[in-house]
Design a binder for this molecule. Structure first.
Ligand code: T4K
Length: 412
């Protein structure tokens, strides 16, 4: 009788995959976007202080401190903390007086477009650059109409947009330029921090982001009058007790959220170091696998390495979607951000049914991009295991493909 270990070694490697009935590589789900959680004791000390002081929200001392620290880090005069990145975008769009049409990428989280449509402004989708995944300035220019009032670039994966080209277009065509910097906290462009470009920029501090405040975001700008307007707008238009001077909403960040932000900010360098080490581990493990291209971070800019992004090319032996099925069976919850592209989501799909014809690169990138787990919750050994699954699956691609097809067929 073959001893179990020998037997396992003699098995076709593909049979070790969960899709063939083996136990999954991970007993628990390995997620993309596990929150980075800073020093728990420091957070709890801040939480106790908040409870002792009974000051829970409405621009308390923790919010003020976090605004000051972010402003300093980014190098801008004003930081307005908000309840989440989406509300930050909505407030900024309104404060800038954008109207009619605004050009955005369709390769982004749906919030970028929703923040416009929510205010009955039409998001017009421009195509992206195949290397950076950010707006293609040539496509932006071709989408400008007499109704266009602005451009919102998105620094996808924390990599800067073609900022100078977009600024040139905005200046020539008299458009407002802003950036959705949800992914780009602590990133820089040519030695200058992201957050300091355009009219203003918006960060997200959602649980899944580099720095989280549970939920939260920030609008950063050097424009003092814009910041003042944003502060009014985020607090119902109150300019003092009983004095409402503007239309507003509730977009405030609470003290507990700010305390979490401060605690996470204390660990910023460690988090980025860990992300970078994880990225480099993936780089080593995935090197030389045909069709699997790890997105490079441009060394001219500093990055937060928050996302590990692989483009699964047409030369790969399995498609991106097949690899996702294999990985999910192993409890590796790889993601397909931003599939199928905002232009294929409602209501945009109904409004612009032919948008995809003008977005060939967006369409291709949406088909090919695979996001793998990283962050402080993921170890190098786990990364090695994830990559081993990928290598095993690709090494038995035709068997895997057949098996996936069989699993998809409904049982008769
Ligand atoms: N602009 C851009 C370019 C953005 O990417 C985003 C947000 C925004 C604007 C809007 O900012 P916010 O209004 O959100 O501040 C996630 C996040 O929910 C979203 O914030 C983020 N972008 C987007 C890229 O990713 P989903 O649909 O993937 O969320 P979900 O719930 O599937 O979470 C992702 C993974 O994280 C899960 O697999 C599990 C894990 N997770 C999640 C949470 C919430 C945890 O382990 N713990 C948690 O607490 O959108």
């Amino acid at each position: 009788m073959v001893p179990p270990e020998r037997h396992r070694q003699n098995m076709n490697p593909a049979s070790r995959l969960a899709i063939f009935g083996s136990p999954p590589a991970f007993a628990e789900k390995l997620h993309v976007g596990r929150p980075n959680i800073g020093n728990r004791d420091r957070f709890l000390a801040r939480l106790n202080d908040i409870l002792d002081k009974r000051w829970l929200t409405n621009r308390g001392e923790y919010v003020i401190e976090l605004e000051r620290r972010i402003g300093r880090l980014v190098g801008v005069r004003n930081c307005v903390l908000v309840s989440n990145g989406t509300v930050g975008l909505e407030l900024l769009i309104r404060a800038l007086g954008l109207t009619g049409e605004v050009i955005v990428p369709a390769f982004t989280f749906v919030a970028t477009a929703h923040a416009l449509q929510w205010q009955e402004i039409t998001p017009v989708f421009a195509d992206i650059d195949p290397d950076t995944h950010c707006l293609d300035p040539g496509s932006v220019e071709s989408m400008i109409t007499p109704r266009t009032s602005g451009i919102i670039g998105v620094h996808v994966w924390g990599r800067p947009c073609a900022i100078e080209d977009l600024a040139g277009i905005a200046a020539r065509r008299n458009l407002k330029l802003t950036f959705d910097a949800a992914h780009a906290f602590a990133c820089s462009h040519e030695g200058r921090m992201i957050g300091s470009f355009g009219e203003a920029e918006v960060f997200s501090f959602h649980a899944t982001k580099l720095i989280n405040t549970f939920e939260g975001g920030a609008i950063v700008t050097d424009n003092d009058s814009l910041a003042e307007k944003l502060r009014l707008m985020q607090n119902f238009g109150f300019a003092g007790y009983d004095r409402v001077i503007y239309i507003g909403t509730n977009g405030k960040m609470s003290e507990v959220c700010a305390a979490m932000g401060l605690t996470n900010l204390d660990s910023l360098d460690e988090v980025i170091k860990c992300n970078r080490a994880n990225y480099e581990a993936y780089q080593r493990q995935l090197a030389g696998i045909p069709g699997m291209r790890l997105l490079a971070y441009d060394k001219r800019h500093s990055s937060n390495y928050q996302y590990v992004v692989v483009t699964v090319g047409d030369d790969s032996l399995l498609t991106r979607d097949e690899l996702v099925e294999v990985l999910h069976a192993e409890n590796v919850m790889a993601r397909r951000y931003f599939f199928p592209g905002v232009h294929r989501m409602e209501p945009y799909k109904s409004y612009f049914p032919h948008a995809h014809l003008l977005l060939p690169v967006t369409e291709q990138v949406c088909r090919q991009v695979l996001i793998l787990p990283t962050g402080t919750a993921v170890s190098e050994a786990e990364i090695a295991r994830v990559c081993e699954v990928i290598r095993t699956a690709l090494g038995a691609a035709s068997l895997v493909r057949k098996r996936l097809a069989a699993l998809r067929r409904p049982a008769s």
